[in-house]
Ligand binder design. Structure first.
Ligand SMILES: *Cc1c(COP(=O)(O)O)cnc(C)c1O
Length: 383
């Protein structure tokens, strides 16, 4: 086994982060408020091109507040893609609302507009639609936005994995009524943990910040007319974010180069295809994933075992939510309609899960690291 471990996507710090933290210490702003928090909100909003932002403790907290801001409550239906991380839909359950899972399409691996249409036939008035830009690839936003507009339903964008990705020249996270980002440890930039809620309507970010700081009414005494949360980002964490934001474009360029390298070095192996990048967008290539031609004799588990045996981190594709025991009772809609009467494995999202895997996409990967990974994958296919 090689001594040097290669990571899937680990934090990459540059130095400026510590300067912002030092400033926070020196001025004693060691609290869930302060100049770094305000500056990080402004800098991130400027970067993605949106009017307002609210810095929060996690992307999950941002999703939770987005749902609350749109009035999602008990019994309300929310459409979400099945192929995502559980953090996308857990907050729907926090609010006792009802997730309805939508299948993916092959062109982007994201929410299938045809399946979304089918979902509206069965559930004509969901309270919200949440789209995810999986692994950094923008969803088919034109179609999805048009469907949402025609049914007069607000769109939330879970852009946790796609910070820096654009669709037709505009940043993901800025298309919906509300967008959210995550700065968890393995995301394209990290603050160790954290999230951001963004919107063009200031009402939303103001209310998010209010709810995130225990919903304290403006009064001298502690007055509350709503239930609040402790979801605000700390001034230390925001300092890390300010430093990282300076390197987001650089991380994106490195992630894209990793994708291109895999693409080039696997181009002679027809059994391998990489995760799609939306042709109408510019993806941040957060993680490069590969799909194996079913029935070619090689399985994702074999490839993952071979990589792990050489001290290389990799992982499966997110397991679709409609296949999760915890969401067993929830409905799942494919482009052919409801999946009630057919096996749940018969779907695009289940196929991607069954035949895909995530390749190491760490921005610190050297050429040598890339060749080590590529060599092992090639050997799995007898090359
Ligand atoms: C990481 C992630 C989240 C959650 O963000 P946290 O900051 O970890 O709470 C939500 N959705 C998706 C798709 C993610 O990948």
């Amino acid at each position: 086994m090689a001594e040097k471990r290669i990571y899937l996507s680990s934090p990459t710090m540059h130095g400026e982060e510590q300067e912002f933290i030092k400033e926070a210490f020196d001025t004693n702003w060691v609290a869930p408020l302060g100049p770094n928090v305000n500056a990080f909100e402004k800098e991130l909003a400027d970067y993605v091109g949106i009017a307002h932002a609210s810095a929060l403790s996690a992307g999950t907290a941002a999703i939770h507040l987005a749902l609350k801001l749109l009035g999602v409550g008990e019994g309300d239906v929310v459409f979400v893609p099945s192929l995502t991380f559980s953090a996308t839909c857990n907050p729907i359950i926090y609010e006792k609302a009802v997730p309805v899972f939508i299948d993916s399409e092959e062109d982007t691996w994201n929410m299938d507009p045809a399946a979304l249409e089918a979902a509206f036939e069965k559930y004509p008035s969901p309270k919200a639609v949440m789209v995810v830009h999986l692994y950094g690839t923008p969803a088919r936003l034109d179609e999805i936005m048009e469907i949402c507009a025609s049914h007069n339903v607000p769109l939330i964008e879970d852009a946790a994995e796609s910070l820096g990705s654009t669709y037709k020249g505009k940043h993901t996270g800025t298309f919906g009524r509300i967008g959210i980002y995550s700065f968890n440890g393995n995301k394209i930039i990290t603050t160790s943990g954290g999230g951001m809620l963004v919107a063009n309507e200031e009402e939303f970010t103001k209310k998010a910040t209010f709810l995130a700081t225990q919903a304290r009414d403006p009064a001298r005494h502690y007055q509350h007319s709503q239930i609040g949360y402790n979801y605000r980002m700390s001034n230390i964490v925001a300092g890390v974010g300010r430093g990282q934001l300076l390197h987001l474009e650089e991380h994106k360029a490195l992630k894209k180069a990793i994708y291109r390298k895999y693409e080039e070095r696997f181009s002679d192996i027809p059994e391998i295809t990489l995760n799609p990048l939306n042709k109408d967008g510019d993806a941040n290539c957060w993680l490069t994933c590969m799909l194996i031609d079913p029935g070619c004799g090689v399985t994702p588990n074999q490839v993952m075992d071979a990589l792990e045996a050489d001290n290389i981190e990799c992982r499966p594709i997110w397991k679709p939510m409609h296949l999760q025991p915890v969401f067993e009772q929830c409905d799942f809609i494919t482009k052919d309609g409801s999946a009630e009467n057919k096996p749940s494995m018969d779907s695009v999202s289940a196929d991607i899960f069954e035949w895909g895997l995530c390749l190491p996409s760490d921005v610190k990967n050297t050429d040598e690291d890339m060749e080590r990974i590529i060599g092992i994958v090639r050997r799995c296919f007898g090359r």
